[in-house]
Design a protein around this ligand. Sequence first.
Ligand SMILES: Nc1ncnc2c1ncn2[C@@H]1O[C@H](COP(=O)(O)OP(=O)(O)OP(=O)(O)O)[C@@H](O)[C@H]1O
Ligand SMILES: [Mg+2]
Length: 489
Amino acid sequence: MNKNNTLSVRTKLVVNVTLVHFVLMSIFIVDVYQRQKVFLSTEAESSTVNFSRLIAENMSSWLLSEDIMGMDEVLRASVKDFTATYAAVVETDGRVLVHSNPSQQGRYITGPDALVLLRGKKQAHIWRKDPTSIHAAAPVIIENRHLGWVLLGTDMNRVSTQLQTLRNQGIAYTVLAMIIGGLAAWLLASSIFRQIHRIMEGVARLRSNQLTSHIPIIANDEIGHIASALNGAMDSLQSSRNELQREIREHLKAEERIHHLTRNIMMGNEEERRRIGHDLHDEFGQSVAGFVFGLHTMKDLIVKDRDGASELCAKLAECAERLGEDIRRVAAHQYPVALEHLGLPLMIKAFLQEHGQQHANLTFTSKITTLEKRLAPYIELTAFRILQEAMSNIIRHSEATEVSVTLAVMHEWIFLCIKDNGKGFRQQTEYDLPRGDVTGIGLLGMAERASSVEGYLEVTSAPNQGCTVDVFLPLLFVTEKRIQGERHG
Ligand SMILES: Nc1ncnc2c1ncn2[C@@H]1O[C@H](COP(=O)(O)OP(=O)(O)OP(=O)(O)O)[C@@H](O)[C@H]1O
Ligand SMILES: [Mg+2]
């Protein structure tokens, strides 16, 4: 890994911003320094030249009268005023006439520069210059007569001092800019990292499956938007998880219901077998035994008493007829054969009539719609079984005085409603399926029957409010048997 990559983003940001400030400020300061240097040098040169010209103008009358004392005085004053390093009046042949430093008086200026000066053009100019000093020369001319030169020297130290100050200030400003830039970058990185830190904490919570606490949003910027997007993702994850948990719970409860139903169906089967056994024993055992006894008696009577035998024969025939009826009744309880012959509307009417005769304390009212065609057998059987169970509940639990039954067609449904005005019961709503005593399977069985043919059932009850069972089954006629066969086959 590149070593630079081990640095934190905050350090990289601070270092880079500081470097950028350093580079930009250095370029700026160097540029200003160079310009200032040129400006100060030019200004020093032009002021030296101008001052030398001024002295030359003042000097002309003194030079004409060859008043050395006067010239010396003017030179000293000039040197003092202009803070020049020296001033001198030189004759056209290069001999120093007067000098602010008296030891130079009477000497000749020498060197290549001196020759250039003495033979060059007669106007004020810089005749010599080096890094530490400037030397200006101005001709003393009276009535077109060139009498000599005024030489003036100035020190460049002042300019260097100014430039030195400028450079020091530039360095100070650069350092200041670097500190301010670095600090600003550090503060910026801190504010960014505060939000990033919160996001990291949120991601850690996400990994440990804690989806309920949101990431705090510190600023409404791009990183804040990332945090709020993560919060949204956590919310939808949480709601999917809730949905999943709800589905699992429902699934488990449905499974529990199925187990309960299966257990009760098995117990119901045993009970049914026991009941059939009892029925066979109670209903037919005695009758068949009596019948057999009668036949044995008749065997003796046929020989001794033909009239008595004929009477017994009539009784045995009656007994056989009753036995046949009993067998039909028991068989009808097992499967309502009459439903096949009558169809659902008539079967319901017959069922209510039979119950009306058996239960004098109950008033039955009904509104049964006659159907044009026969319903599919499995729809008829489902509706009838539900009616049987609802009626059995009314008789066993409701203490009702009135029962009403409705059969109607509603859109694509066949609608059956069984309503009583009895004591009702408190519902424990669970997946919209009302349940009463959890030990019974009647209500559950009704619902299961309805849903097994893709219908549904609603039970509505409350204490002292009676009970209503609404059943909706698909309106499928007998001609649609094949469709039904496909659907359930
Ligand atoms: N019409 C009704 N009026 C009053 N209470 C009712 C009525 N129908 C059902 N219940 C109450 O709801 C309970 C559950 O009924 P459900 O048919 O499921 O079971 P059950 O009748 O007790 O037993 P099972 O039907 O398995 O023989 C009943 O025990 C009863 O308390
Ligand atoms: Mg019941």
